[in-house]
Design a binder for this molecule. Structure first.
Ligand code: NAP
Length: 475
């Protein structure tokens, strides 16, 4: 198994610092040591905020910010294989998926560079009211201030990119706390930003105990915005504890897909098999609940199940692997318990449901009642349910029947059905004839209900990291 990383320090105020303590990062697949990272805490987080404040006292012009962002995209391209190997080694993500993530991060930086160059306010039509007559007014988009960024393990590079790149585009310095299980992709990105000419203090990376570092980001008034991607349990508490900050949350989902009988069933089956189990289902928009119109149920299953069974389960470093390990044993045991709960609750395991060595085989469950965890909570593992429905109304009710609302999908050949579903599915995004796992990095991406309160994608994040300043001129 390839291990590309051995020992990394934290980045604070432009310096790579040791703390005397180390966190070991192990491969989720083999348990082998991937590397060690310096363990920071509240003291390093405070120093990082001091450094960010000092950096922002000398603003970087937009053209410099854009140049740095473009350079980082180029460096990611040049070191693409090393970046992909790093993601794969620490997250246990199959190499082919890790390569896609590395390419997507290039796109995130490229899009952010565009946003840096076109960051403008707007003119206000002052003579539209009597009060404003005789005046000219416009807004400037000012950086909001220091951004605290907290990222999850599952896209350790590109979800970090979705925070760092737009924050820099907006002119904000960042204190980043990556997931403790996957810090190396973030630290590699920090190296690339430094090499690209980012002056000291604009990006600081502190790895360590989450609640300790999180508390500093919440309590320090100089941190004006917190951008968090992870579980709702942690995210919503952070938001409640920081009512005077802009706390932007990208959280989980229990992703539904509706398959109408008039859909191209072969195409739907192919896309769903690939997107329910990629990275062992550990994507916030992994296909989890498949609702199939009764007339097409048997045919869809007959096309879908062989494709699921053909997925290669194994070592993420192997070029052929489609489905690797879950992030740790606790996660695997939780998902197995949910599968057992479904079995005990009368559901039928059509394939999988058991371990292959230490790896959970792709699992498809039929006849799962709506109140079972696999039907309404976020599984975040290689498991999906398949359920027949009679009418589109019933399918939409089932799809909407969770507390989540990130992305949903529908397969149909009817434009009328597609648009009706797009209007009625209570989600931040709806895909038509594509799995709802689809994301291109310029898209506005984010959820409603328990799934979050923001949209990422550089053009949208830049708005979150800036504030309007109004200028009024008497003529
Ligand atoms: P998580 O356990 O919530 O961790 C996310 C981040 O929060 C990690 O950096 C973690 O640090 C940190 N954290 C933990 N406790 C904290 C605290 N008290 N204060 C501040 N930070 C704290 O989530 P995960 O298991 O890494 O990721 C899986 C979840 O993320 C799933 O629910 C998934 O759906 C969601 N997700 C959402 C999106 C989206 O864009 N909507 C994308 C990807 C993932 P440690 O690692 O040190 O514990």
């Amino acid at each position: 198994m390839a291990t590309t990383v051995t020992e990394k320090k934290l980045l604070v105020g432009g310096e790579w610092v040791e703390t005397g303590e180390w966190i070991e990062v192990r491969s989720p697949y083999s348990g082998e040591l991937v590397g060690r990272v310096a363990k920071g805490g509240a003291a390093e987080a405070r120093r990082a905020i001091d450094a960010a404040e000092a950096a922002m006292s000398e603003p970087l012009p937009a053209h410099k910010r854009a140049e740095i962002l473009v350079r980082v995209a180029g460096y990611l391209g040049r070191r693409h294989e090393e970046v992909a190997q790093t993601i794969s080694a620490e997250a246990g993500k199959p190499l082919k998926a890790a390569r896609v993530e590395a390419s997507r991060a290039m796109s995130t930086f490229t899009m952010a560079a565009v946003e840096a160059r076109k960051l403008t306010g707007e003119t206000v039509p002052m003579d539209a009211s009597q009060a404003g007559a005789g005046k000219l007014a416009f807004t400037l988009r000012q950086p909001i201030g220091i951004v605290g960024a907290i990222s999850p393990f599952n896209f350790p590079l590109n979800l970090v990119a979705h925070k760092l790149a737009p924050a820099l585009a907006a002119g904000c310095a960042v204190v980043l706390k990556p997931a403790s299980q996957t810090p190396f992709s973030a630290l590699l990105l920090a190296e690339l930003e430094t090499e690209a000419g980012l002056p000291p203090g604009w990006l600081n990376v502190v790895v360590g105990p989450a609640s300790e570092i999180g508390d500093v980001l919440v309590e320090d008034e100089r941190v004006r915005a917190i951008t968090f991607t992870g579980s709702g349990e942690i995210g919503w508490k952070l938001a409640a504890r920081a009512p005077r900050k802009r706390v932007k949350l990208e959280l989980g989902n229990a992703t539904p897909v509706i398959v109408e009988a008039d859909a191209d069933l072969e195409d739907a089956a192919t896309r769903l098999a690939a997107n329910a189990f990629s990275f062992a289902g550990q994507s916030c928009i992994s296909v989890q609940r498949i609702y199939v119109q009764q007339d097409a149920y048997d045919e869809l299953l007959s096309r879908f199940l062989p494709k699921v069974e053909a997925l290669v389960v194994g070592d993420p470093a192997d070029e052929a692997t489609d489905v690797g390990p879950m992030i740790d044993e606790d996660a695997r045991e939780r998902v197995l318990a949910w599968v057992e709960e479904a079995r005990a609750g009368g559901a039928q395991i059509l394939t999988g449901g058991a371990l292959d060595g230490d790896l959970l085989r792709p699992t498809v469950i039929a006849k799962a009642r709506p109140e079972l965890k696999v039907s309404c909570e976020e599984v975040f593992g290689p498991v999906c349910t398949v359920t027949a429905y009679d009418t589109l109304d019933a399918a939409i009710e089932l799809a909407n029947g969770t507390r989540y609302g990130l992305q949903a999908g529908i397969f149909t050949s009817s434009i009328k059905t597609a648009l009706a579903a797009a209007q009625r599915l209570e989600f931040g995004g709806v895909t038509v004839n594509e799995a709802p796992t689809f994301r291109a990095d310029q898209m506005p991406y984010g959820g409603v209900k328990d799934s979050g309160n923001t949209r990422e994608g550089p053009a949208y994040s830049v708005r979150e990291f800036t504030e309007d300043r109004l200028v009024v001129i008497e003529l």
